[in-house]
Each structure stands twice: as C-alpha cells, then as structure tokens.
Design a protein around this ligand. Sequence first.
Ligand code: AMP
Length: 114
Amino acid sequence: MSDKNIFQRIIDREIPAKILYEDDQCLAFPDINPQAPTHVLIIPKKAIAAISDLAPGDEMLVGHMFQVIRALANKLGLTGGYRVVANCGPDAGQAVPHLHFHLLGGRAMNWPPG
Ligand code: AMP
C-alpha cells in the first residue's frame, strides 16, 4: 500500500482522474463527491500539505493557481459567480494532506459555511 496521499497518486497517474486542466505547476479535476453542479479541485504538483505549509517563494505558484481558477470558472461557464474554498487542518475538515482549492459553482451558496 502506497503511503502517498490520494492527490499525489493522481499527479503520478497511479489512480485515474478526469484532468480538466494541467500545466507544469498544477492540475485540476472534478471532485469525486461534488457539493455543487460544478465542483473542481485545483492542486499544485509541488508537495505542499496545506496553506499552513506554504513557504517563502510559493507566492508565484499560489497566484498562478488563482489565475487557473479564474480561467476555469470562465471555461466552465460560471457566469453567476463561484466560491473558492481551501480547508486547512483538522478544524476546517481538511481530509487530504495536499494543498487544494475547491472551485464550486452552478448554484447559489449559503453563508456562513458550516
Ligand atoms: P478537503 O476536505 O478539503 O481535504 O477535500 C478533499 C476533497 O477531495 C473532498 O471533497 C473529496 O470528495 C475529494 N476527493 C477525494 N478523493 C478524490 C478522488 N480520487 N478524486 C477526486 N476527488 C477526490
């Protein structure tokens, strides 16, 4: 049994995912348990466990990921708006220890989140 987390295994093509976008820094694929009509995960290829593990020098990577999110939202037709979520650590319910942004759209969202 691999001790890699599930997203590292997707990066390494050890388990399948429908890749919606990929470049040298990140990739995006649908969440397996969607919470909205559009629910896409954007992950860096660099092994970063969570926001709390971002290091000096990761600014360009994170900024790039948000440009990818913006482009994906346009491509996926989220004209009514969308939400970007990053769970960090146990109190936020982070389940996979590899940095990821949830892009959620296609329905009206409630606030505050649970
Ligand atoms: P988080 O709770 O922020 O760590 O979110 C982890 C997300 O990964 C959850 O929304 C899961 O549904 C999703 N997920 C887990 N395994 C897979 C997978 N193999 N492919 C796509 N999404 C997954």
